[in-house]
Design a protein around this ligand. Structure first.
Ligand SMILES: CC(C)(COP(=O)(O)OP(=O)(O)OC[C@H]1O[C@@H](n2cnc3c(N)ncnc32)[C@H](O)[C@@H]1OP(=O)(O)O)[C@@H](O)C(=O)NCCC(=O)NCCS
Length: 306
């Protein structure tokens, strides 16, 4: 096997800011100390690798240990590949290749059967043995056409809650709503902490996260997290509702939450990202043609243990 000219090794916590700077330099953002504080808590430094050209850190790539539900009802531990970046000065010289090789070796050493990731670009990972395992989609629908075929009020009640209250309720709902669905991943405390991190510079001019819980028989049965982006075109409201996540333990709760999202006033467009490819919403709409769905590759997966 060809030897890489770049030294690849795990970083130490003191190098985390430099690691983030490399990621920022290739993705195009300025890494902020307050963000780093949050990421650092979840970091796994033995799996966070960097490539060096002399003393200069020129590439990064890491893995975070998760588990994923797979067909057959089990959950497999795996390294979720993340933070893959090469400084623009060093691109196409094998930096990524050297890091990926080591990340995959580490996965094998840990006895992990799979490795998985979300790809920034779809041409990068096939050469490293990954293929699309799960497809997803983003949705959008004009509110004027977002009527449900069955528009009866839900059986339970909806409550808008603050972040702290949401933090207490969402994990239990998420666990029930996603249990056993292939491709879903149980989340730990630190994953939830990152989920609820909502700094202003991530909002793209929209509101802070809104958290709404659906309760039935006194128990949480679903939630939605979204932002509102206010806009006007002349005298006409042109605002958006941007749904970040919507989870429901059953069909009744699912309908109640979409009905809520469609009912928010002054909204022109409702958008949702990272949804399932076969999102059941289309079956609930009075006029499904107006639901625009864009398919996207979602989870890329590679077998390590064959
Ligand atoms: C993607 C990225 C990490 C590639 O790093 P790199 O060090 O240039 O990659 P390598 O030199 O090891 O390339 C290995 C091979 O993959 C190909 N490749 C790498 N990135 C590619 C891309 N974005 N599109 C198509 N092919 C790509 C290279 O051409 C090379 O092909 P070859 O073996 O036939 O010569 C780098 O371009 C980058 O930092 N991009 C911005 C951040 C990003 O998209 N990260 C991915 C996050 S999921």
């Amino acid at each position: 096997m060809e030897q890489s000219p770049f030294l690849v090794r795990a970083i130490v916590p003191e190098e985390f800011a430099s690691w983030e700077a490399v990621i920022g330099a290739s993705f195009g953002f300025d890494s902020r100390p307050e963000d780093q504080e949050v990421w650092k808590k979840r970091a796994e430094f033995d799996r966070y690798l960097a490539a060096f050209d002399g003393d200069d850190m020129v590439g990064t790539g890491g893995a975070l240990t998760f588990s994923m539900a797979v067909p057959g009802g089990t959950c497999l531990p795996f390294g979720g590949v993340t933070a893959v970046a090469t400084r623009p000065t060093h691109r196409r010289r094998g930096v990524l290749t050297a890091i990926m090789r080591r990340l995959q070796e580490q996965g094998v050493e840990r006895g992990e059967a799979i490795s998985a990731l979300w790809a920034a670009e779809s041409l990068i990972y096939r050469r490293f043995g990954y293929g699309v395992a799960i497809e997803g989609c983003s949705l959008k629908i004009e509110r004027a056409h977002a009527a449900l075929a069955d528009d009866r009020p839900p059986a339970g009640r909806l409550r808008q809650v603050a972040g702290e209250a949401a933090r207490a309720v969402f994990p239990g709902v998420y666990a029930r709503a996603t249990k056993g669905i292939p491709g879903t991943m149980p989340r730990g405390d630190l994953d939830w902490e990152m989920y609820f991190y909502d700094p202003e510079h991530w909002r793209d001019g929209a509101s802070a996260h809104r958290y709404v819980v659906y309760e039935r028989d006194g128990k949480p049965a679903g939630y939605v997290i979204y932002r509102q982006k206010e806009a006007w075109e002349g005298d006409y409201p042109h605002s958006e509702v941007r749904i970040g996540d919507l989870q429901a333990v059953d069909g009744e709760a699912y309908r109640a939450l979409w009905r809520y999202c469609f009912g928010i006033d002054l909204v022109w467009m409702i958008k949702a990202g990272s949804r399932r490819l076969r999102e059941p919403l289309v079956l609930l709409l009075k006029d499904p043609r107006w639901l625009q769905q864009s398919r996207v590759d979602h989870i890329w997966l590679r077998l390590l243990d064959v």
